[in-house]
Design a protein. Structure first.
Ligand SMILES: [Zn+2]
Length: 252
């Protein structure tokens, strides 16, 4: 198993690095993770009920609570941290193929990564999608309607139920987004998996796609993952500490 020095040299030599990010990169920005030891799902499995599409569609009370959660989500005030900024440095070095993120918090773009570089496989909190006609609007304008007294704002085009443009339990990933993510995983020299427990498919399977295509898999995560045996290096240090060190040589 390689160490941090070798990872630095791989990144410095790489033409294309694809980064896969999960909740762990955003916890240092104050956004809780869901599946870690202190995660929302782990400590309160009932919370998962609200994020299941079937329950959301069936129960107006679930929707009312969900709109309140969106309004109170820490992503509205969170700031990108040193881990996010390191990936901007990597993009400026010309070596970043894509960031495939499981996060919905928009912090990669806020940090300064190009929107076209960020593939949000679980969607974004900042858009709303109509489950009826597919119309997309901004979260901000819908939350304004909530604040003006509509507990569950319906689609202005078709009257349908609206939801954050995120992937709920029971909801499929968008095929075009998944395709772009798979292409990015298959087309890199290094897949850097950061802050993801690699437990959710199909996101986790991207690690295997990359390895089969000949890439080195580097996992930066506090806890073990099911893909550790496939990895060329495992780094356990805090993300905001280790990522800036990793990209420094690549940017030089
Ligand atoms: Zn609609």
């Amino acid at each position: 198993m390689a160490g941090e020095d070798e990872v630095r040299s791989w990144l410095a030599a790489a033409g294309r690095v694809t980064v896969l990010t999960g909740a762990g990169i955003s916890t240092e920005s104050g956004i809780p993770d869901f599946r870690g030891p202190q995660g929302v799902w782990t400590t309160n499995p009932a919370a998962q009920h609200m994020f299941t599409l079937q329950n959301y569609v069936a129960d107006p009370e679930v929707r009312r609570l969900a709109w309140g959660n969106r309004r109170d989500h820490p992503a509205w005030t969170a700031e990108p941290n040193a881990g996010h900024h390191a990936l901007v440095t990597l993009e400026r070095s010309g070596r970043l193929r894509a960031i495939v993120t499981q996060n919905i918090d928009g912090l990669h773009q806020r940090a300064g990564n190009a929107a076209a570089t960020v593939i949000e496989i679980h969607g974004t909190l900042f858009d709303v999608e109509c489950l009826g006609c597919g119309a997309r609007t901004t979260m901000r304008e819908n939350l304004d309607r909530v604040d003006a007294g509509e507990p569950d704002p319906a689609c202005l085009r078709c009257g349908g139920i609206q939801k954050a443009a995120t992937i709920s339990f029971g909801q499929s990933l968008r095929p075009d987004v998944l395709r772009a993510a798979t292409e990015a995983a298959a087309d890199c020299d290094v897949l850097l998996a950061v802050g993801t427990t690699l437990q959710v498919q199909p996101a986790a399977g991207l690690a295997e796609v990359a390895v089969r295509a000949g890439a080195r898999l580097v996992i930066v995560n506090r806890d073990p993952t099911p893909y550790d045996a496939l990895a060329s290096a495992l780094l356990r240090d805090p993300i905001g500490t280790v990522l800036p060190r990793l990209v420094a040589a690549a940017a030089a």
